[in-house]
Design a protein around this ligand. Structure first.
Ligand code: SF4
Ligand code: SF4
Length: 574
């Protein structure tokens, strides 16, 4: 059954920059040479950096996991070849910040020996969650340049119904041709990946979108998709930035993705064609993501082309393989000329999001064009695909009026660079927007930190106040009068009360003992005196110490008195 062609819609703005694609498609793609060492940054995707699971000195096999995903939005990293781990420390990474980050360094052993893996041929037997798990464990992220973990975009949630799965083969940015070559050379892997994605999403229909400046790719994909139920291939007119997700969704479905919303919210999911091929390899062959197609181009290389590159390969080695004229290269750019960023070191490694390296000469970059004041021509607003007011955004970003920039929807800007491209004053507008976004982000982080510090302080004050109240309550309880013994049940006796009671009993016993001893001594004295006088003593009357009492006897009496008094005063009760 033949299917109706895809009805195409329009989007606002856009430009037609010089393509510069032909030069890198003149020869077929080929595998890049095995490098001397591979530097694998642990942060090659959007989300948290992966965590190493290997140690220095360990040997690894090709495809072996060397770092685990760290959290939900993260992706594991695998060894691109067999070899030895020779370092795990900070290395410069290809990022606009120019910063360094943790990386695992592998010295290849030249055997390129694979780890044992299990192909999973019949994906239709598996439920979507099982497939997503394999895709996650294979470390697959969006290969169109964004690097968002793919399994997340294949999980719309049980409540969301996906009507359309769009495979993005638009590749609208100048110079980049890696998707074009993949579609020409390996359409079957893309179509197999599309089936798996459709099954995972339970999508009603699929559309593969290709710009009309890639007739070979269109033909190749159309052949591979011929006769497939619910799969259509759309040839869309070339216009930049049509490959941007929101613009492509609008062109294919006629629906606008809401501001701050996702395509998912309108029943559409969009994946890159190279991501589909990677998913095919993960599910059917059991192979994780360890390499990708990269366009090496620009006037600084004599043999521009596409190479299948292992992650971690130094860019310098790729340039050598493309006959670079290093003294001619003014700037190295990762990505395209519109949305890419400059690299400051030719030793930087290729990562999962590296789709293109442009070795640009001075003439190519147009660096000699002077920046002039804004003439308020409005050309920037005419081409903005998001219908923003780039000129106002520029003024506010320049004046660091960040609140006002946000009022003009700064964060809806997709940094496509159309405004800068058409600006007759050559103002690098996107750089101002990136600066403003970065400043707002930093401010928010600082606010967040100070909010957390304030919360901690308030919590501490509350705790101190609570402890104070508890102490006062205890003190008040101690001071309260003891309950009367009216109750038939004696109140419970605490430790202090018990000690006082024992002390009183001990004093009383001592006093009794001392009194008894005094009586005995007085009786003995009476007996002595009676003996001397030859009279019997009066039994009831204790004798007093008199002059006849010997010092020893008097001392005995005194000691007895003192002992009874001291005992009463000094007796310690444990
Ligand atoms: S295109 Fe350039 S000169 Fe014209 S209004 Fe925009 S910023 Fe100003
Ligand atoms: S860079 Fe931003 S402001 Fe400029 S055209 Fe693109 S979306 Fe509009």
């Amino acid at each position: 059954m033949s299917m109706a062609p895809v009805k195409l819609w329009d989007f606002h703005g856009g430009i037609h920059p010089e393509q510069n694609k032909l030069q890198s498609t003149l020869e077929p793609s080929s595998p890049a040479q095995l490098p001397r060492k591979l530097v694998l940054p642990l942060h090659q995707h959007i989300g948290e950096a992966a965590e190493p699971v290997v140690e220095i000195g360990e040997t690894v096999l090709k495809g072996q996991k060397v770092a685990n995903a760290n959290g939900y939005v993260s992706a594991p990293v695998h060894a691109p070849t067999s070899g030895k781990i020779i370092d795990i420390s900070e290395y410069p990474i290809p990022h606009p910040s120019g910063l360094s980050a943790l990386a695992i360094v592998i010295e290849p052993d030249g055997r390129d020996a694979w780890v044992e893996y299990t192909p999973d041929q019949d994906y239709t037997e598996k439920n979507p969650s099982h497939l997503r798990n394999i895709i996650r464990e294979a470390g697959i992220v969006g290969l169109g340049g964004a690097g968002f973990p793919s399994f997340i975009k294949l999980n719309p949630g049980s409540q969301k119904k996906i009507k359309t799965l769009i495979l993005n083969g638009v590749e609208c940015e100048p110079y980049i041709t890696c998707d074009d070559m993949l579609m020409r050379e390996d359409p079957q892997s893309i179509i197999e990946g599309l089936h798996i994605m459709r099954h995972a999403l339970q999508a009603e229909e699929c559309v593969i979108a290709i710009e009309d400046n890639k007739p070979e790719a269109f033909e190749s994909i159309s052949k591979a998709a011929a006769g497939l139920d619910g799969v259509r291939v759309a040839l869309v007119p070339t216009r930049y930035p049509q490959g941007s997700e929101k613009q492509l969704v609008q062109v294919i479905t006629g629906k606008e993705v809401p501001s701050n919303g996702l395509a998912l919210n309108i029943g559409v999911v969009c994946h890159n064609v190279a991501t589909a091929a990677a998913i095919y390899r993960a599910i059917h062959l059991g192979q994780p993501l360890i390499s990708r197609m990269v366009t090496i181009t620009g006037k600084g290389v004599k043999r521009p082309r596409n190479l299948e590159v292992l992650f971690g390969t130094p860019i310098e080695e790729l340039l050598q393989q493309c006959d670079a004229e290093f003294d001619q290269i003014e700037r190295l750019v990762m990505g395209g000329p519109m949305m890419g960023f400059a690299l400051h070191d030719i030793a930087l490694p290729v990562i999962k999001t590296t789709n293109c390296i442009i070795a640009a000469t001075r003439e190519e970059l147009g660096l000699d064009r002077p920046v002039m004041p804004c003439i308020r021509c409005g050309a920037c607003a005419d081409v903005c695909p998001v219908k923003l007011l780039p000129q106002q955004l520029y003024w506010h970003a320049k004046a660091k009026e960040l609140d006002k920039a946000q009022e003009y929807d700064l964060f809806d800007c997709i940094e496509c660079g159309c405004c800068s491209y058409v600006c007759p004053s050559n103002i690098p507008l996107v750089q101002f927007y990136r600066f403003a976004k970065g400043a707002i982000w930093t401010q928010e982080q600082e606010h967040k930190k100070s909010d957390q510090a304030r919360e901690r302080h308030e919590f501490r004050l509350l705790r101190i106040e609570r402890e104070k109240q508890e102490r006062e309550a205890k003190r008040a309880k101690k001071k309260a009068p003891r309950p009367q013994a009216a109750s038939p049940k004696a109140p419970p006796v605490d430790g202090a009360t018990m000690a006082t009671k024992m002390r009183e009993e001990a004093i009383s016993q001592r006093e009794s003992a001392a009194a008894a001893r005094k009586t005995e001594i007085q009786a003995a004295l009476a007996r002595v005196q009676a003996k001397k006088k030859g009279t019997a003593p009066k039994t009831d009357e204790p004798p007093a110490a008199d002059s006849s009492t010997s010092p020893a006897q008097k001392s005995d009496l005194d000691k007895t008195d003192a002992s009874s008094t001291d005992s009463a005063n000094n007796q310690q009760v444990p």
